[in-house]
Design a protein around this ligand. Structure first.
Ligand code: ZN
Ligand code: ZN
Length: 223
């Protein structure tokens, strides 16, 4: 059985919302449900059709608390009340400021739901038989994290990093927003991301996918 993965590009900021599904248990996680709840729901329905069974969304995971990554969290929580809203505590203040974040961009949001889980560096998360670990790398925002999906050949899962807005294909995150710290972000990318195996896939919060090896050798911001 092969793990099911998909992503949808959502919202005005074109955030990559990722779906991970354990093929054995049909337990699932959404990473960064940033906007377009209907589009995310459609992605879930397609997964259900492919697997031939109903998904159990256990987690709404967030790489960080910027509005383009959390905008549909409330609607997804309403659709899946048992799903835990998880974010690093470093971004909880920004998460709670969703209305204020929206106002800056002329967008209206309701107050966000409370967090169910505050993520910590090196914390392990299981989605059925799939295993993820949390890598905290403050810089783009105080609570920015990546989720590293661990390789499991029996489940067809390859080692993959969901890197949010910290590491992009050929670029890195901006550091001019609330609580950002440029030098710290570069230090964290070098110490906690570029040290991963070169074969590890990189699925950023925006834009195309890459690998750690490619970014280590050709990302112009990391020369
Ligand atoms: Zn961001
Ligand atoms: Zn973003």
């Amino acid at each position: 059985m092969k793990s099911y993965q998909a992503h949808a590009v959502v919202g005005a900021f074109q955030c990559n919302c990722h779906l991970l599904v354990c093929p054995v248990t049909a337990k699932a996680a959404l990473i960064d449900p940033g906007d377009d709840a209907a589009k995310i729901t459609h992605m879930l329905e397609k997964a259900e059709a492919a697997l031939g069974r109903k998904l159990e969304v256990e987690y709404l995971l967030h790489t960080h608390g910027h509005l383009d990554h959390i905008g549909a969290t409330k609607k997804m929580k309403a659709a899946f009340p048992k799903a835990k809203i998880a974010l690093h505590a470093g971004d909880e203040p920004i998460y709670k400021m969703l209305r204020e974040q929206g106002r800056l961009f002329g967008m209206n949001y309701e107050d966000p739901e409370a967090l169910d889980q505050r993520l910590q560096h090196e914390e392990k998360i299981s989605i059925g038989h799939l295993n993820l670990s949390v890598i905290h790398h403050p810089g783009h925002s105080p609570g920015s994290v990546s989720f590293c999906l661990h390789e499991d050949s029996a489940l067809g899962a390859e080692e993959t990093l969901f890197s949010g807005d910290t590491l992009f294909k050929g670029s890195v995150g901006r550091t001019d927003l609330w609580g950002a710290d440029g030098p710290l972000m570069f230090k964290m990318i070098r110490e906690r991301l570029l040290t991963l195996d070169g074969d590890v896939g990189v699925r950023p919060g925006h834009g195309e996918f890459s690998t750690i090896g490619v970014e280590r050798h050709s990302n112009p911001f990391l020369k």
